[in-house]
Design a protein around this ligand. Structure first.
Ligand code: NI
Length: 225
């Protein structure tokens, strides 16, 4: 059953400060989002939040009227009113770098597109002039795929090689024009060989889009005695 949507009411959107009141009927949710900016929350009512987090984790957190708290950019979750009464809080964001928020949204959409095996959605996150350096190859960069057509083919080849593949436990960070995404790759080759390894992407942005995805994965080889 789908949940009703929480209602955002913007009170201030001026320069570096954005203040949004979020109103939740019982059972209402914000929808999945990633915070692009550092923020403070001022509860306007008491209540109980249900927090859904990437990787399937959920937890509840009490909301206590006027007991404020702050968080750093990068928090990734869905927020649900877990109580039986309406609740509301004021979210105050510090918008230091508007591109930081857009870049984090790009990384969240990119991660979703990998898990959906959707090459078009992946390419919508890539800049016109883009490249992909995969984790294994014959040159120091791994394997180099330059230009949209080569990148598209390389992404499609991953889904071909791993018909079952998910990038779980995603975490995303952005600092300036560099991004970092951590994940655990869980997949199976066409021959049925299961693979489960941690890895990350270092990403370079052009505007809000990805100009370079540079991938790294752990190797599961046994250590030498
Ligand atoms: Ni949030």
């Amino acid at each position: 059953m789908s949940r009703p949507s929480a209602e955002p009411v913007v009170h201030i959107d001026q320069g570096r400060i954005r203040a949004t009141e979020w109103r939740f009927e019982p059972g209402a949710e914000t929808g999945w989002h990633i915070h692009g900016h550092d923020y403070a929350v001022v509860p306007l009512t008491d209540g109980e939040l249900l927090l859904e987090e990437p990787g399937g984790g959920t937890r509840t957190a009490p909301l206590v009227r006027h007991a404020s708290y702050s968080r750093r950019a990068g928090v990734h979750h869905n927020v649900v009113n877990n109580g039986e009464k309406p609740l509301s809080f004021l979210e105050i964001e510090v918008v230091d770098d508007p591109l930081q928020g857009e870049r984090l949204q790009t990384l969240m959409r990119f991660g979703d597109a990998w898990n959906a095996h959707d090459v078009d959605a992946l390419m919508a996150c890539m800049a016109d002039d883009c490249a992909f350096h995969s984790s294994a190859g014959l040159v120091p960069e791994g394997a180099v795929h330059s230009g949209r057509e080569a990148v598209r083919r390389a992404f499609a080849a991953i889904f071909e090689a791993f018909p079952e593949s998910q990038w779980t436990r995603p975490q995303h960070r952005v600092a300036g024009d560099t991004g970092l995404s951590f994940w655990r790759f869980v997949g199976r080759t066409r021959d049925g060989v299961a693979i489960e390894v941690d890895g990350c992407d270092i990403l370079h942005f052009s505007g809000a889009l990805i100009a370079l995805k540079d991938s790294y994965r752990k190797s599961m080889a046994a250590p030498k005695a």
